[in-house]
Write a protein that binds this ligand. Structure first.
Ligand SMILES: Cc1ncc(C[n+]2csc(CCOP(=O)(O)OP(=O)(O)O)c2C)c(N)n1
Ligand SMILES: [Mg+2]
Length: 561
């Protein structure tokens, strides 16, 4: 699975059936943007053609005439299921027609037929005439994997028939018919066998790796960022701040591309990319079909091949449809390839409740990502942070999940420098200094925590409000330092309390600052209820400033004023 050679543009085999089709399509997308001779070629099995990611990728490739060749090795079986048991259409190449892609079926055991078909498809892609789908009929002699304990699912007769069509033996017959000597063929065979046995011997004689290699393979070196000296007086909103970051980064680096649903013509449904299509053109700011898995595949493939894609998830709830690409691909590829690959992908979009978008458009999903090694997770709460952290996210060579809270899109303006700047990841901000209780709050809970703190001040309780800004990397020191000073901790986030981000913070503090605590750590979050549509019910579920203040008061019970 981990076989790749990035220096040769071999992007690797994939443990997830069908995923390579999406990634290769992203590579084709990069090639089209660069407008060079490179094309993408995807090799995959007959099993892949039933995965949604396959269809989404082919639709985009057909739509945008991407330079790519799809080679389906139809070896008649997935694991045990045959093609006739898996596909309503027996001839898999016919599926390409749905996407405006020419599809052909060839004898995959005939080396010359494969060569000719691929050559033509490659030239077509290079001429700008778009993708081709080649179905190469062949057979898998052995079992699916080395697991030898599976019951038999094929007849000996069937296996035997295909063994007589051995492509290598067939090619040897053709070559001898054309005058190539048996001796010459023998020496090719010998050279191949020697290469294989040398590789095997090399593998066997290589030392086992030391665990110290592990950690450095997870993340590419982080960029050095420094906050600006002064913020200045100009005030803008969250949406404009994000828009400026996108615009400035696209200006700064032409590898930065933005795509997603409705991001171009209308500038995204919350207006974050307003004006970018006009400024940077349809190649770099691209409206996509409604096709989350396809968008994410394109993003991973483009990021692996030199682009810096920013993809928009229209509502973060839809990220469920992108999960394979984010969690299994973007987060893992560098590690799986021995710490060599860079996946500079930003997956950004709105999450959270407060504008009556109900259960499937309002969730806060940060913990789905903070738990995944390989990802960085950013959650700004002010326009200043939104701009500077998005710039950092785009410049990072690692995949970043950039969570924008949609309520913050609509709330107040804040001071933001006009020029470009990047805020380092892993640096929390103290939003309000205090000595009696620490409130760690994220995103839309930050302004509520400040309101709560102002309310608490009237009762003589001096709360410190900390905004982590990035959830991974997490500024553990800032939180620990504050708790060691105040001896009390309340954590506020909008997602449900149980198994939420707060559980991680509570754990961190009890492990590293237990002796400083004078009260139990309290968490404020939503009850375990999906976000309701009704206004009053939505208000009931979203944690309020009042609930944060109540928790802080409870934490401070017995504290001498
Ligand atoms: C998404 C996903 N589902 C299931 C599996 C388990 N699995 C691994 S290979 C395989 C069969 C794949 O068949 P095919 O695509 O025809 O490839 P072949 O091995 O025949 O070349 C299965 C079911 C997987 N790795 N990924
Ligand atoms: Mg197969």
């Amino acid at each position: 699975m981990h076989v790749a050679a990035l220096d040769l543009n071999v992007l690797g085999a994939n443990g997830i059936v069908g995923a390579g089709v999406g990634i290769a399509t992203g590579a084709g997308f990069s090639a089209k943007l660069r407008n060079d001779e490179t094309i993408g070629i995807a090799f995959f099995g007959d099993g892949s053609v039933n995965e949604g990611s396959f269809h989404e990728a082919l639709n985009m490739a057909g739509l945008w005439r991407l330079p790519i060749v799809y080679v389906c090795e139809n070896n008649q079986y997935g694991l045990s299921a045959s093609v006739s048991e898996s596909s309503a259409v027996p001839q898999l190449s016919r599926r390409a027609a749905s996407y405006g892609i020419p599809g052909i079926t060839i004898d995959g055991n005939d080396v010359e037929a494969v060569y000719t078909a691929v050559l033509e498809a490659v030239s077509q892609a290079r001429r700008g005439e778009g993708p081709t789908f080649i179905e190469a009929l062949t057979y898998r002699w052995g079992d699916h994997s080395m697991r030898g304990n599976l019951p038999r699912y094929r007849t000996h007769d069937e296996e035997h028939t295909w063994i007589t069509k051995d492509p290598i033996a067939q090619l040897e017959r053709i070559l001898t018919g054309r005058g190539v000597s048996l001796e010459a063929l023998g020496s090719i065979r010998e050279a191949v066998e020697q290469e294989l046995s040398e590789a095997e011997a090399f593998a066997k004689s290589s030392p086992e790796p030391d665990p110290s290699v592990l950690e450095s393979a997870v993340y590419a070196p982080h960029i050095a960022a420094r906050e600006p000296e002064g913020i200045g007086e100009r005030e803008i909103g969250f949406v404009q701040a994000l828009n400026e970051a996108l615009s400035l980064e696209m200006e700064r680096d032409e590898q930065v591309v933005l795509f997603g649903e409705d991001v171009g013509k209308i500038g995204g449904i919350f207006g974050v990319s307003t004006g970018l299509l006009d400024r940077f053109g349809p190649e770099r700011v691209r409206d996509t079909p409604i096709s989350e898995a396809g968008i994410a595949g394109l993003g991973v493939g483009a990021a692996l091949t030199g682009m810096r894609p920013v993809i928009e998830v229209q509502f973060f709830d839809f990220v469920t449809l992108m999960m394979d690409m984010i969690v299994n691909q973007a987060a893992k590829l560098r590690f799986m390839l021995g710490g060599t690959a860079k996946v500079p992908l930003v997956v950004r979009g709105p999450q959270g409740a407060g504008i009556r978008m109900a259960a499937q458009h309002s969730q806060c999903l940060e913990t789905w990502f903070t738990q995944v090694p390989g990802l960085m997770v950013v959650a700004p709460s002010t326009p200043y942070d939104a701009k500077g952290l998005l710039a950092t996210a785009i410049r990072e060579d690692n995949p970043v999940v950039f969570l924008e809270h949609k309520l913050l899109y609509l709330t107040g303006k804040g001071p933001v420098p006009e020029g470009t700047y990047a805020i380092p990841f892993g640096k929390a901000t103290v939003r309000r200094r205090g000595k009696d209780v620490t409130i760690v709050a994220t995103q839309a809970m930050v302004p509520r925590a400040i309101t709560a703190a102002n309310d608490l001040a009237r009762d003589g309780i001096d709360a410190e409000v900390i905004d982590p800004r990035t959830l991974w990397p997490l500024d553990e020191d800032a939180i620990l330092t504050s708790v060691r000073k105040t001896h009390r901790l309340v954590i506020a986030h909008e997602a449900p309390v149980q198994h939420g981000f707060g559980a991680e913070l509570a754990s961190l503090v009890q492990e590293r600052a237990f002796d400083w605590l004078d009260a139990p750590i309290l968490r404020v979050g939503a009850p375990r209820i999906p976000m309701p549509y009704n206004d009053a019910l939505e208000r009931y579920v979203i944690p309020s400033a009042q609930r944060i203040a109540e928790a802080a008061r409870r934490s401070c019970e017995g504290l001498e004023a």
